[in-house]
Design a protein around this ligand. Structure first.
Ligand code: SF4
Length: 461
């Protein structure tokens, strides 16, 4: 005779995660914690006992998107808890959507978990109580083969267009051993690419005076260079190094020290370094950190040390006070800098930002015109750089493998080391071997390229 055991019904939580990779990491943490408390995840609105909306409140357009996502969750499910950056504006949320059950702010993990407990109390029972604490089974919202690794919260700067320090507070760095433990666990669980994120990666540990901790019998400082070196020594279960990508690095002098780690193969040769502008006058108005003159020389030096380095940056056009002369300075600088990947934004006032009080706003039509001119210059640079790679072989991480077509050919998409997920280009592969899987890293012969993407086949020896 067989016996069956009925598990108590687990309460289910749905999650809508908006905003940047940092918010995504917060969503993962909240869900991991809730799962440890006995909740299950619901992939749709209908199956959820309560829906969490992790909002972004940075730009007005992001606030609108957050409010509309909250509205949709209320319409589809009705039981909604709001968290994240826009949670700081509880009044605005409640004015638009009085039905929300609770509103908590960014990083208020305890409060959001408590709100879920209040509005959808967890099922009790021996099986639920035995659910393990977070481990390699932590909830991840990014695909298993890449993971964001958040090393700090907040920021000590006061860039004129930004309200992150108001929203997220001063820099608070995580302990270096905790970061490394999390990275090691992720890599053991299938991560093949670590994306190091924060508001200001090069400032890591400044608040803790770079407090050292023991890691694998060595003393490691909470410092970007020490952390990068240790991350580069991690090994996957197949004994290969994971790709380690640094994001949001400001051009402080000590950044020079991570470039040799790229040349040694410990770090992915990719640097996401948001310059935002080049004109010294505009940078001053923006109150940018590490705003020093010799950036072009340093870029040259970095490329001498590590010729394959891909430098990604973002720029704001139409900042108040930006004259035609300033903008032309930026275009000339870009021609000189030959950056590999560029993102551009038209300046948009953010409620509470100091830039709103600056004189000489740039008219919208002029912002559009400058944006188009900047894109034209950077697309041309990017296209030429991409073309130069045709005929070469590049390592590519596989993001997705398709189904066979009518001829049995299988296609796949991936990314080169110069391409971070979500923000950069892709590599489109044809005729891939049928044992190719997501997360594999393979050599690809580049057959063609456009301004952002590559096209090719898996290289044969
Ligand atoms: S460095 Fe500037 S732009 Fe970046 S988070 Fe801090 S204040 Fe905002």
């Amino acid at each position: 005779m067989s016996t069956t055991t009925t598990l108590p019904d687990q309460k289910k939580v749905g999650m809508v995660s908006l905003g940047c990779p940092k918010a995504l990491v917060d969503s993962e943490r909240i869900l991991t914690r809730l799962r440890a408390d006995g909740y299950a995840m619901s992939p749709d609105y209908a199956g959820a006992d309560v829906v969490l909306v992790n909002t972004c409140g940075f730009l007005d357009s992001a606030k609108e998107e957050s409010l509309s996502a909250i509205g949709e969750a209320i319409a589809e499910n009705g039981r909604v808890i709001v968290t994240g950056c826009m949670g700081e504006e509880a009044d605005a949320i409640r004015a638009a959507h009085p039905q929300v059950l609770a509103v908590t702010g960014a990083h208020q993990y305890e409060q959001v978990v408590e709100a879920v407990h209040t509005h959808a109390p967890p099922s009790q029972g021996p099986f639920v109580d035995l659910i393990p604490q977070p481990s390699e089974h932590d909830i991840k919202l990014t695909p298993r083969h890449y993971s964001y690794l958040k090393i700090s919260e907040g920021c000590n700067h006061s860039c004129a267009f930004c309200i992150i320090p108001q929203l997220r507070g001063k820099l608070a760095s995580r302990r270096v051993d905790a970061v490394l433990r999390e990275a090691e666990k992720l890599v053991a669980a299938g991560t093949r690419e670590l994306l190091v994120i924060s508001q200001d990666t090069s400032a890591y540990g400044v608040d803790t005076r770079h407090e050292p901790r023991q890691w694998k019998g060595r003393e490691v400082r909470a410092h970007m260079t020490d952390l990068a070196r240790e991350l580069g020594q991690l090994r996957t279960p197949e004994c290969t190094p994971p790709w380690v990508r640094l994001h949001y690095v400001y051009p402080y002098p000590h950044v020079d020290a991570v470039i040799p780690l790229m040349a040694e193969g410990l770090l992915t040769p990719y640097l996401d370094i948001p310059f935002q502008h080049a004109s010294p006058k505009v940078l001053k108005l923006m109150r940018r950190p590490a705003n020093e003159a010799k950036v072009l020389e340093r870029l040259k030096g970095w490329r001498e040390i590590c010729p394959e380095i891909a430098i990604r940056s973002s720029f704001v056009v139409g900042f108040p006070g930006e004259t035609e002369e300033d903008f032309q300075y930026l275009l000339d600088w870009l021609e000189e800098a030959q950056l590999d990947r560029v993102g551009a934004f038209r300046f948009e006032p953010v409620e509470g930002a100091a830039a709103n009080d600056l004189p000489d706003p740039v008219p919208e039509a002029l912002k559009e015109e400058r944006y188009a001119r900047l894109m034209e210059v950077t697309e041309k640079i990017s296209a030429a750089k991409q073309q130069a790679k045709i005929g070469t072989t590049l390592p590519v991480i596989i993001d997705e493998v398709g189904e066979p077509d009518e001829d049995g050919d299988i296609g796949a998409t991936g990314r080169s080391q110069a391409d971070a997920p979500e923000i950069d280009g892709q590599v489109f592969l044809r005729n891939v071997p049928d044992d190719l899987k997501q997360g594999h890293i393979v050599d690809v012969s580049v057959e063609d390229a456009d301004a952002h993407d590559f096209f090719g086949v898996v290289a044969t020896d």
